[in-house]
Design a protein around this ligand. Structure first.
Ligand SMILES: NC(=O)c1ccc[n+]([C@@H]2O[C@H](COP(=O)([O-])OP(=O)(O)OC[C@H]3O[C@@H](n4cnc5c(N)ncnc54)[C@H](OP(=O)(O)O)[C@@H]3O)[C@@H](O)[C@H]2O)c1
Length: 333
């Protein structure tokens, strides 16, 4: 089968299309024939070697890239009862999806409803369940609360804004261009500014006055961290969920006190889908809302094996809006 492998960490030049054996599912595992796979910032981090050290999401070389996909079950390993060949499934946080077949633990699979395309499932699962836990269990958003969502045109951010609005919360956002600001507005942000601290503070002042926002969702990190703390109300919640602009330096706890008794969390999806039941509940909420048209995801780019490097380039160059996918076999439906 065809697969995108890396043998060493580095730039886009380390991405290689190779022919490898079709993997066999072991006990508890399921082999899936892929239709589409998601392309994520996490693939870029993996390629660069961010996960080379032991720890969460640890990677070792050589590896097949890709940690999100959708397709049909092709074979099941010993002891698998929940899945059978032909089932439409999706998964994330298991590496190896940038290939024609992937082997996935049965406990990491979720069902894709009949009304939902496998391209949308591959595009929406990882970012959708991330937005889901951030809105429901971290930000605990509800009517009357205001949040600030940085990089409002990003994949997670677009879903986050829609889910926040569905829960009755109100949203401000940042974006790096007029086009991206328009995308954030179209998802439900009431006001959007650039990233400069003064622009963000003026936006908050205009919509909420002196009080500040209740929650900030920050995936940029280094460039936005200080502004995020400034934008919060007393005892507000700072949620740092990504570091697209670089790592945040260690912070002195007194900074949280001085900024107004703030709460700070650096959450990780794996901890919010720790068991199969929680993963399936979140995925079902997201997929049902997509199938019903209550939530929408924009596929901004469709790449093939030969153009995957371009997908990475667009992510790194900040050109992508929403989500790109890798088309593996569009006859799998
Ligand atoms: N904690 C978790 O549980 C969890 C789970 C999944 C993903 N993540 C992380 O969440 C972040 C967002 O993921 P995503 O899938 O929504 O990404 P995405 O769709 O690629 O969004 C990235 C956006 O980040 C903004 N950005 C700001 N500074 C940037 C920089 N220096 N370089 C590139 N982009 C920059 C860009 O928007 P502008 O041009 O408007 O700035 C870009 O559109 C990633 O860091 C990802 O690893 C965290």
């Amino acid at each position: 089968m065809r697969a995108i492998r890396i043998e060493r960490y580095g730039g886009r030049e380390v991405l290689e299309e190779v022919g490898v054996d079709v993997p066999a599912p072991g006990p508890g595992e399921v082999r899936v024939k892929l239709a589409y796979a998601g392309i994520n910032f996490m693939d870029v981090y993996t390629r660069r070697g961010v996960y080379a050290k032991p720890g969460h999401y640890a990677a070792s070389l050589p590896l097949t890239l890709g940690m999100e996909g959708a397709g049909r079950v092709d074979a099941v390993g010993e002891g698998v009862r929940a899945w059978k060949p032909g089932d439409r499934v999706a998964w994330c946080l298991v590496r190896g999806s940038h290939a024609e077949y992937a082997v996935v633990p049965g406990s990491k699979l979720v069902a894709v409803p009949d009304g939902l395309g496998l391209d949308i499932a591959a595009a929406a699962l990882f970012q959708g369940i991330t937005a889901h836990y951030l809105v429901e269990d971290v930000g605990c958003l509800r009517s009357g609360l205001w949040c600030l969502v940085h990089s409002g045109s990003g994949g997670i951010a677009q879903l986050l804004i829609q889910m926040a609005r569905r829960r009755g919360a109100r949203v401000l956002a940042t974006a790096s261009s007029a086009g991206k600001a328009e995308v954030a507005r179209s998802r439900g942000a009431e006001g959007v500014s650039g990233y400069e601290s003064e622009a963000v503070m003026a936006l908050v002042q205009q919509h909420i006055g002196e009080r500040g926002v209740d929650v900030v969702f920050d995936s940029a990190g280094a460039d936005t961290f200080d502004t995020s703390l400034r934008a919060l109300r007393t005892a507000g919640l700072m949620v740092l969920y990504g570091t697209n602009s670089g790592k945040v330096p260690p912070i002195d706890p007194m900074r949280l006190a001085d900024a107004g008794s703030l709460f700070f969390t650096r959450p990780r999806l794996a901890d919010y889908v720790a068991d199969a039941a929680t993963l399936r509940r979140r995925a079902k909420d997201v997929f049902d809302a997509l199938a019903a048209g209550a939530l929408s995801v924009h596929i901004s780019g469709v790449h093939d094996f030969s153009t995957l490097a371009e997908g990475h380039r667009q992510l790194e160059a900040r050109e992508s809006i929403g989500k790109s996918v890798l088309r593996i076999d569009s006859t799998v439906v």
